[in-house]
Write a protein that binds this ligand. Structure first.
Ligand code: FAD
Length: 414
């Protein structure tokens, strides 16, 4: 097969998929409607890189741990290659929200005995020293965590393999079409932007515009971050979280956030959201926001692509039309897939920590190589899971499953 793929979307999802495919010798036609990478959800000044342990070490926790470790190695490799990535491995202090949470954080550390360099519990006094500010209680300390400028990560991903990634910026894909083993992407003018045997949809909430992925239960969650003026060297010098987060100073600003509103598409900044972020900041660092005026703050709004089970969607797109027409499928392996069509999406609030591993997983699935994750986690993120779930729900509710639901740029030239 011609090792040429189109990737739609130059955020964390698309740039990571492009980077991992290019590393394997693929040519990538990257189509992005904005003028540059990292213009969507992946464009905040900085976001948090840390894992998400749980007492039952559930799938979300396991996936996030694997992704965190993969991301650290990836960020270090990009830095070593001299790419213009901006991040700071300052450590992340994840304070307990209350005493019950503190007890469960301590149990996680006691029962799972993680390496101290990965996670340890710190009591209030040490937590205050780490934060450089008196805090209300103890919490988890992830010494290897930190902050990442996500747009710089997108740019570094796309620059890593030179001319292997061919960008088409400022062009929105209006529709896609598959014929004779070739995917074609069309602009609203009818012009073909790119053509290739493999198409990767990394265009966040917009993926539902295409017929083959319109069945996916993708939604978006608006998030507003507040930018606080900050003197260099001022506290905190580490990322501190407690039902919100605050970063160290980056170019004279620190990020405090973030709001989370599902199906809210207002793009402009809101004063009420800055006030919410200051209330979060006050919960993290008592007294810190006292002299900050919400009315004077800048910030940024982004739209996180959400999946209903809070796990990402990574892999081959299932053929919803064949499924609705009655093709029997009891398991993910039975599902028919749309030829050559893949998805990397649904990162929600965790794109910074998940994206590098997601790109690697997607590249392995496209090349039919052994995935870098346990089989149950690969299944947990398979985009086909939603069709099977819907079928099960219909069965339980007694509803039948069968309802509802070579141009100028020939393949290889785009
Ligand atoms: C306020 C906020 C705070 C966050 N904080 C954190 C954090 O602390 N830690 C963390 O891990 N994650 C965080 N996240 C989540 C993370 O930023 C997202 O999960 C991630 O950016 C999603 O990446 P994406 O590539 O899927 O989406 P996007 O970055 O939105 O990329 C999709 C791209 O597709 C393009 N596109 C869409 N449709 C088309 C089309 N038809 N044709 C061409 N191009 C198209 C868009 O222009 C966009 O560039 C935060 C997100 C927000 C909004």
């Amino acid at each position: 097969m011609d090792r040429h793929a189109i990737v739609i979307g130059a955020g964390l999802a698309g740039s990571s998929a492009a980077e991992r495919l290019a590393a394997r010798g693929w040519r990538i036609s990257l189509v992005e409607r904005a003028a540059a990478p990292g213009a969507g959800a992946s464009g905040n000044l900085a976001g948090v890189l840390r894992p998400l342990p749980s007492l039952d070490d559930n799938r979300l926790a396991r996936l996030t741990r694997a992704a965190f470790e993969y991301a650290l190695a990836h960020l270090q490799a990009l830095t070593a290659a001299g790419l213009p990535l901006r991040w700071g491995q300052t450590g992340v202090l994840h304070l307990a929200r209350d005493e019950r949470h503190a007890a469960s954080q301590q149990r996680v550390v006691a029962e799972q005995a993680p390496a101290a360099g990965y996670l340890r519990w710190v009591a209030r006094e040490t937590a205050s020293e780490l934060a450089g500010w008196p805090v209300a209680g103890g919490g988890w300390w992830f010494a290897g965590g930190g902050w990442v400028d996500p747009a710089s990560l997108c740019r570094a991903n796309l620059a890593r393999h030179g001319a292997a990634v061919m960008p088409h910026y400022g062009l929105a894909v209006e529709r896609v079409e598959y014929a004779a083993g070739c995917w074609r992407c069309f602009a609203s003018s009818g012009e073909i932007i790119a053509a290739a045997p493999i198409l990767v949809l990394a265009n966040a909430g917009d993926a539902r515009r295409f017929a083959a992925t319109s069945h996916l239960p993708l939604r978006t969650a608006r998030g507003q971050v507040s930018h606080l003026p900050a003197a260099a060297g001022s506290a905190p010098g580490v990322v501190v979280c407690r039902l919100g987060y605050v970063t160290p100073a980056i170019d004279g600003l620190r990020c405090a956030g973030a709001t989370f509103a599902v199906d809210d598409d207002e793009a402009g900044l809101r004063g009420a959201d800055h006030a919410d972020n200051l209330a979060r900041l006050e919960f993290i660092l008592p007294g810190y926001s006292r002299h900050i005026d919400a009315a004077e703050l800048g910030g940024r709004v982004g739209f996180r692509p959400l999946s209903p089970d809070r796990l990402p969607m990574i892999g081959a797109v299932a053929d919803a039309a064949a499924f609705a027409a009655g093709s029997a499928a009891a398991t993910l392996a039975d599902l028919r897939r749309v030829p050559g069509l893949f998805l990397v999406n649904g990162f929600g609030a965790r794109g910074i920590v998940w994206s590098a591993l997601a790109g690697e997983l997607l590249a392995c699935l496209i090349e039919r190589r052994t995935p870098p994750l346990a089989a149950d986690l690969v299944a947990a993120v398979d985009p086909g899971r939603f069709l099977l779930r819907r079928q099960r729900q219909h069965r339980h509710s007694g509803v039948g499953q069968r309802q509802g639901g070579g141009g100028p740029l020939a393949c290889g030239n785009g």
